[in-house]
Design a protein around this ligand. Structure first.
Ligand code: GDP
Length: 618
């Protein structure tokens, strides 16, 4: 028996579902969206299990919809394939002509059709069960028609083609050829973000958040364009609605370029509230004092060591309970579990057997030991100085090349654009290579950034030099080839820096990891940057380990080019849960080169090691 049937957009907006009391299936559907649909994983199997439930689902790539049926996994329902296909047909017949943007705000009366389709499917299935097919004779079977020659395997025949998103073009219908489909893509992205926010309790709500997707009047009236503030001044924000390709002169006539914060020279340090600063603050207002008292009451990481009696030689047994609390504290700050445990071990090792004084001295010993470990982790083993190296390349008459990689939706394109802005402000001209040839809308997104950046830095202000150009070959082409052509073009036309955007990919997707490895190998960039979200804890470690491993494994070079540095994005959304910075650098030993702190071009910072360490201690 079917427990629950639902139709929702690939971004997670529910359009219609069967009536059930409570929302006992929400978790299962959420897991399906998060673990399979959003990550484009396992969508071929069209089957998913969680606890005692199973979901069979069908994707409609044309309308970007998912039809899902939930049932108890111990029950076998043999009619589901046909049933879901009929549901799709019926839903399409009724609502298929309505543009995606309107669908998202619509109200769906689909109960009657659902009942009709379900009873037809159940009837057909019952008939099949009642009248089992008579067994075919050998002569009727396909096997009898096979010749001996056809049964011998021909090694020269091409084997089944590997699925590789870099090589196979996406269905053309899903490409944003029209403003309407582009708007659907934008909407889907926004919904994904919203969904992820829902799933991630640590994240602060940002001002550009999506409003509730269903049945809000503003949604019905059409999608609100995304607004990016320039240098934080929302009044004069640029309209970054990627769905509308308005002519340049119309779209930019009101831009006041003076508003853009200057980003010349090195990137400014990240501002994380630091404990030391708090402690050293001598004069504070009443309000600040209240905040301070609250903080002290809450106690930081060091308060766990309060119960330990001083004045004796410390043993591991004395420290163990406090160390466990410390580990949980670090995990609550988003440090990956394994790394939090290792940090505690290193503190334990440095305290074990020490002669301790009062509480203060225990606390300060712990603080010193932990700070040392954290600073060691966060301090880069090699310094990456992009400005210096790009100037060096320029002197040698070749473009400086950076390749950006990471999973979907982490902010690769956005932060590539911010880095581009920073480079232009430092008087480098840039070629953006659009090598995400898979995700619908990816090229358009970069085109929009290119136009905005050129509007902010017109050629007239740079001795007639166009500061940003886009190198794109549309969708479905080989990304490595496009990057190569772009670098050659930059070389021939004397462009200073090439920024290569790549398709988002899951770390477990072997064909895609192979193609990334190939892209890096054949183009030999100066820098490979991994873009990762600050929101993630353990997942960050898994991503980085597997990206690095794949780049090493799939490159036939003796000395493979693996990840050189990290762009840590969405730092503005994590409050004081700064642990991903520790996890990511601990795993690779590679530095965090940039920190993304928002959605304006100026929201790019350098990591401030002391501030991150202090924030972890709180
Ligand atoms: P990609 O798929 O990795 O290229 O990701 P996008 O560049 O399209 O970014 C996904 C979403 O994250 C977009 O809505 C961006 O505006 C948002 N984003 C990117 N970087 C940041 C950041 O530093 N802070 C915040 N709050 N949002 C960001």
């Amino acid at each position: 028996m079917l427990e629950f049937v639902v139709i929702f957009t690939k971004g997670g907006v529910v359009l219609w579902h069967t009536n059930v009391s409570g929302n006992s299936f929400a978790s299962c559907i959420n897991s399906l969206i998060r673990g399979v649909i959003l990550e484009d994983r396992n969508t071929e199997a069209k089957y998913f299990e969680e606890d005692h439930l199973a979901v069979q689902f069908k994707l409609d790539n044309e309308l970007d919809l998912v039809y899902a049926a939930i049932f108890q996994k111990v029950i076998k329902l043999n009619y589901l394939d046909g049933f879901l296909a009929d549901m799709q047909t019926a839903f399409k017949e009724k609502y298929g002509g309505i543009p995606a943007s309107e669908q998202l705000g619509g109200d769906y009366d689909f109960d009657r059709e659902y009942r009709r389709v379900l009873s037809a499917a159940e009837e057909a299935s019952a008939k099949q069960v009642k009248a089992p097919k008579a067994m075919r004779s050998y002569n009727e079977s396909q096997k009898s028609k096979k010749t001996v020659a056809s049964m011998i395997q021909d090694d020269k025949k091409p084997t089944e083609k590997r699925v590789n998103i870099q090589e196979s073009p996406p269905p053309t219908k899903s490409q944003p050829s029209s403003p309407q489909s582009a708007s659907a893509v934008n909407m889907d992205k926004l919904i994904r973000r919203k969904l992820r926010e829902k799933l991630t309790p640590t994240k602060k709500t940002s001002p550009s958040d999506l409003k509730p997707s269903k049945s809000t009047s503003s949604e019905k009236a059409g999608k609100k364009p995304r607004v990016w503030d320039l240098g934080g001044n929302s009044k004069d924000a640029i309209n970054l609605d990627r769905s509308k390709d308005a002519p340049e002169d119309v779209q930019y006539q009101n831009i006041n370029t003076e508003l853009v914060g200057t980003m010349q020279g090195v990137i400014r340090d990240l501002d994380v509230e630091s404990e030391d600063e708090d402690e050293n603050e001598e004069e504070s207002s009443d309000e600040e004092e209240v905040v301070q008292t609250k903080k002290n009451k809450r106690g930081g990481l060091l308060s766990y060591f309060k119960g330990i009696v001083g004045g004796k030689t410390m043993t591991l047994a004395d420290l163990q309970p406090a160390l466990e609390k410390m580990r949980d504290h670090l995990i609550s700050k988003n440090v990956a579990t394994e790394i939090a445990a290792k940090l505690c071990d290193s503190v334990a090792t440095s305290l074990d057997g020490k002669q301790m004084g009062t509480f203060d001295s225990i606390a300060s010993q712990v603080k010193e030991a932990l700070t040392q470990s954290l600073v060691r982790i966060l301090s880069p083993k090699r310094r990456i100085d992009i400005i210096r190296d790009a100037l060096e390349s320029k002197r040698n008459g070749r473009p400086y090349t950076i390749i950006f990689c990471g999973v979907n939706g982490v902010g690769k394109s956005t932060n590539l654009a911010k880095i581009c802005f920073w480079l232009i402000e430092n008087d480098f001209n840039v070629l953006i290579a659009a090598c995400d040839t898979f995700r619908a809308g990816a090229v358009e997104q970069l085109r929009t950034h290119t136009r905005h950046l050129n509007a902010l830095h017109p050629a007239a202000k740079h001795d007639g030099r166009t500061m940003v150009q886009l190198y794109e070959k549309g969708y479905g082409k080989d990304a490595a080839g496009i990057a190569m052509e772009a670098i050659k073009f930059a070389h021939d036309t004397r462009v200073d820096v090439v920024l290569v955007d790549t398709a988002g990919r899951m770390q477990d997707n072997e064909p895609l990891m192979r193609s990334l490895s190939k892209l890096i190998k054949v183009n030999n960039p100066d820098l490979v940057l991994f873009v990762g979200e600050a929101l993630v804890g353990n997942e960050a470690v898994d991503q980085l380990v597997k990206f690095n491993q794949s780049l090493a494994d799939y490159s036939s070079n003796e000395n493979p080019h693996i990840i050189d540095g990290i762009v840590l994005t969405k730092f503005d959304t994590i409050d004081d849960k700064v642990g991903a910075a520790i996890s990511m650098t601990y795993i690779t030993g590679q530095p965090i080169v940039f920190v993304g702190t928002g959605q304006t071009y100026a929201d790019l910072k350098a990591i401030n090691v002391n501030a991150v360490v202090n924030s972890l201690m709180k």
